[in-house]
Structures are given as C-alpha cells and as structure tokens.
Write a protein that binds this ligand. Structure first.
Ligand code: ZN
Length: 156
C-alpha cells in the first residue's frame, strides 16, 4: 500500500480517455489499494485512476463518508445503466484544488461494474453518491466537472 500523487488539471493526461481493464489482476488490486490510501489521505469522496496517472477505467467511492465511516466501493469498467431526476449543487475535485462550482447532475444513478475479484455487480446511488458516480465516471472519459459547472468560485 502506498500513496500515489494526485495529478492536477494542468496535466493533459486528465483529458485523455481511459482504457478498459477486463479481468482484474494483482496489479489492478495494488492500484486499488493505493487509490484507497490516497483517497483517505486526501479526505475526498471519490477518486478515479486517471487522477493518479493511470489511464484505466477504474474509480473508487467512499460510500460511508456521509455517516462518518469509511466504506469503499471499487468500480472497474463501469457502465451507467440508468439515471433519474436532477440535482443541482456544489462540487469539487481533488485534481482542481481550491475551487468549487455548481453542477447539475441526475439525482439517482445505477452503475454496473466489475469488482476486484472479477464479478459484475450493480450499485445505485442517490444524491451525493449519484453526483459522485457521475463525476468519477466523467474522469474516465477525460471530462472534468469544470466543463459542466455553470458557476465557479475559489474556496476560502
Ligand atoms: Zn474529480
């Protein structure tokens, strides 16, 4: 386990499309462990592999964060199956430090993905988790939330 460096938005790598993983192997699992360490250290809600310089379709989300605990779900080769409703709120990104902006997102999102053992599963998130699923998924296609934000401001 190790911390990885989070790349920021000046890096053109964040604008690239990530490749599919297929069957996870030991290297995938090391990457996932490192991503968990890195996300915990950065105190973020989610982290996508391109944010640590790896152009693979992987992201993780701390689904326990709203209850003050840490519970990570790992999404490999995710596909968005369904979105419902709309929400509008502030969003930030570990790769865009010190800023936040308002983004419209669906209020409920269902994603299918592979877990670290190679099994497909589905996960449905609402509100913050739906926002996070969309945000992290966008990273895999080289999209940053600042592209979608209609109001940007600096954090205090
Ligand atoms: Zn982000």
């Amino acid at each position: 386990m190790a911390l990885r460096k989070i790349v920021t938005d000046e890096d053109p790598l964040l604008r690239k499309k990530s490749r599919e993983v297929g069957t996870p192997n030991d290297r995938t699992r090391v990457l996932l462990d490192d991503m968990i360490d890195t996300l915990l250290d950065a105190q973020g809600v989610g982290l996508a592999a391109p944010q640590v310089g790896i152009l693979r379709r992987i992201f993780i989300i701390n689904v326990g964060i709203e209850e003050g605990r840490d519970e990570f779900i790992e999404f490999i080769d995710p596909v968005i199956l369904k979105t419902e409703g709309e929400q509008d709120g502030a969003e930030g990104c570990l790769s865009v430090p010190g800023r936040q902006g308002n983004v419209k997102r669906p209020n409920k999102v269902t994603v299918e993905a592979t877990d670290r053992s190679g099994n497909r599963f589905t996960y449905t998130g609402t509100e913050l988790m739906a926002r996070c699923l969309c945000h992290e998924y966008d990273h895999l296609d080289g999209i940053l939330y600042v592209d979608k934000a209609y109001e940007m401001e600096d954090d205090e």
